[in-house]
Unconditional design. Structure first.
Length: 375
């Protein structure tokens, strides 16, 4: 069936207009002008941390505006290409057909790029633009669960690698037989938290256990926690009297020592009971600083959750959390990864474990946005 370009281009324009409205181009342009002025101020780099925040925000704002302007240009270019094809087809059918084929290809590319841009505009939460700190903990399932937690760690690190995002493993607690008890790592990218936050929850794996000599099917669980990394402007002060700090020797797989000093740090926030461990830095001072920053991030997230819960309570509509049992990964008797919130599913489990998560993440972001609209 021939493509109705007028209908398709009109769909693209409607979607783009919605994106442009959400992005608020006039306000974004004003923000860029303001940040540009701040970035050129004398003495900006007297405070490197503050300067980094300004330049980072400016870079991100310019990038957002550039994406919107380029998308507008691509839609206009597609419309021009279709007009050229229609004119050419009148005098030269072959040349017209060639241009229409090019238009079909560009229509598909623009549609895909616009869908990606649309998802990004849904990330408008208070902390969505921050870097993300991801913690994975093995749950029920014994050694299989520990192995499953390590599989999830690799899956997310491969996802970040596919996108060119920087990652930093901050702490890993290895299990005795195989796998890990827990791991914490940072993903550095614009909107890393907003993107990955939809991955938070309980992940379930069903497979023939490689650790069972009778080859029985095993169900394993692991929990994924995602929090936004704090910035220097957040001002989350923690009195020393509320902290308990223990130091211990870092260890690797199988209990092997990775250094000879007690450089690892375990930090406990006494009022909340939140515990953070760090051992992947070279010195105790560095591990302590990393632990404090993650602890501050968790307290910031806790404060945000309490504020949201209070708002829902005042509204008289408290909904149950969607985090538990959010995704199922089945390797036997069939192969399927299915998100239980969005019903998005993929049969190629190998690609998912190798970091092909964009479909799940995009569906999750759209689902979450729909949930917020219902509240």
């Amino acid at each position: 069936m021939a493509t109705d370009y007028n209908v398709e281009i009109e769909k693209l324009r409607r979607t783009f207009n919605q994106i442009e409205a959400v992005t608020d181009v006039p306000k974004l342009t004003e923000t860029i002008a303001q940040l540009t002025e701040e970035s050129s101020a004398p003495g900006l780099w007297d405070d490197p941390d503050a300067a980094q925040v300004v330049t980072s925000k400016l870079s991100h704002a310019k990038s957002e505006l550039d994406k919107v302007e380029k998308m507008r240009g691509r839609i206009e270019d597609l419309e021009t290409l279709v007009e050229m094809a229609e004119e050419e087809a009148v005098t030269d059918a072959d040349a017209g057909a060639e241009l229409f084929a090019e238009a079909d290809e560009e229509l598909e590319k623009v549609s895909t790029a616009l869908a990606d841009l649309e998802v990004k505009t849904l990330l408008s939460g208070e902390y969505d633009e921050r870097n993300a700190v991801v913690t994975i903990r093995s749950g029920a399932g014994g050694v299989d669960a520990a192995d499953w937690a390590q599989m999830l760690q690799r899956m997310y690190l491969r996802w970040a690698e596919r996108h060119g995002y920087a990652t930093k493993v901050m702490d890993t607690s290895y299990a005795e037989e195989a796998g890990i008890k827990s791991t914490t790592f940072e993903v550095s990218a614009p909107y890393a938290y907003g993107t990955l936050s939809v991955e938070a929850g309980t992940h379930r794996l069903v497979r023939i256990s490689p650790f069972d000599n009778q080859g029985r099917r095993q169900t394993s669980f692991a929990a994924v926690e995602v929090i936004p990394l704090i910035e220097t402007t957040d001002h989350i002060e923690i009195p020393e009297s509320e902290l308990k700090v223990d130091v211990f020797r870092s260890s690797g797989p199988g209990g092997q020592s990775v250094n000879t000093t007690d450089s690892a740090v375990r930090m406990t926030h006494i009022p909340t009971g939140i515990v953070v461990s760090m051992q992947d830095e070279k010195s105790q001072i560095q591990n302590r600083a990393s632990a404090l920053r993650v602890l501050q991030s968790r307290l910031l997230q806790l404060r945000h959750e309490e504020e949201q819960a209070k708002k829902k309570e005042l509204a008289g509509d408290v909904k149950a959390s969607w985090g538990d049992q959010m995704r199922s990964y089945v390797l036997h008797p069939y192969q399927m990864v299915k998100d239980l919130r969005t019903n998005y599913e993929v049969g190629n489990t190998d690609s998912v474990f190798d970091g092909d998560l964009d479909g799940f993440i995009d569906a999750g972001i759209r689902w979450r946005h729909g949930q917020l609209d219902e509240e």
